[in-house]
Design a protein around this ligand. Structure first.
Ligand code: GDP
Ligand code: MG
Length: 163
């Protein structure tokens, strides 16, 4: 089994956009491992010469705008169980939500390396707004824009360093 990096977070923060950016360079999307629920997408990628499998978690079954909190919690627990590192994605456009706080609480209680990625940081104002995410109590974070790749290199440098 290869090294696994899971992307978790509430719907619409940009998880799939980031996942697609990561795996498109390889175009080697792996089908869901049998026995694993279909609401997870697996893809192979590499960064700085380090290969790993990335998991995009999400409510593919229920629908992205109507995912129950319990479903997010389940995805986070699965990620904690199987991933070697976890990218917790949040969205500066909407700021901190109750669901973000709940995910942060789950992640704080475990030992896997967690990288907080504040997505949709498309301009300087949003970069300044991102400071609110210190309130999640997870320490430092990476500001990224999954749509154009801005900041994602620094994030991935740190992630593969931890693998
Ligand atoms: P997911 O539900 O977490 O997988 O989120 P998606 O990847 O489906 O993205 C949700 C929405 O956010 C889509 O409309 C994306 O185009 C948008 N989005 C993703 N990344 C960015 C970004 O860096 N900047 C902006 N402005 N929008 C983004
Ligand atoms: Mg998605």
């Amino acid at each position: 089994m290869s090294t696994i990096v899971a992307i978790v977070g509430r719907p619409n923060v940009g998880k799939s956009t980031f996942f697609n950016r990561l795996v498109q360079r390889r175009e080697a999307i792996v089908d869901a491992v049998s026995g694993v629920t279909r609401d997870r997408h697996y893809g192979k990628t590499d960064w700085n010469g380090r290969e790993f499998t990335v998991i995009d978690t999400g409510g593919y079954v229920i629908g992205s705008d109507d995912v129950f909190e319990a479903e997010i919690d389940k995805q986070v627990e699965l990620a904690i169980g199987e991933a070697d590192a976890i990218i917790f994605m949040v969205d500066v456009e909407h700021g901190i939500t109750g669901m973000d706080e709940e995910v942060a609480n789950l992640l704080r209680r475990q030992k896997k390396p967690v990288f907080l990625a504040v997505n949709k940081v498309d301009n300087n104002k949003r970069a300044a707004d991102a400071v609110e995410f210190y309130n999640l109590g997870l320490g430092d974070f990476y500001t990224i824009a999954a749509t154009n790749g801005s900041g994602t290199g620094d994030l991935l440098d740190a992630v593969v360093e931890a693998l």
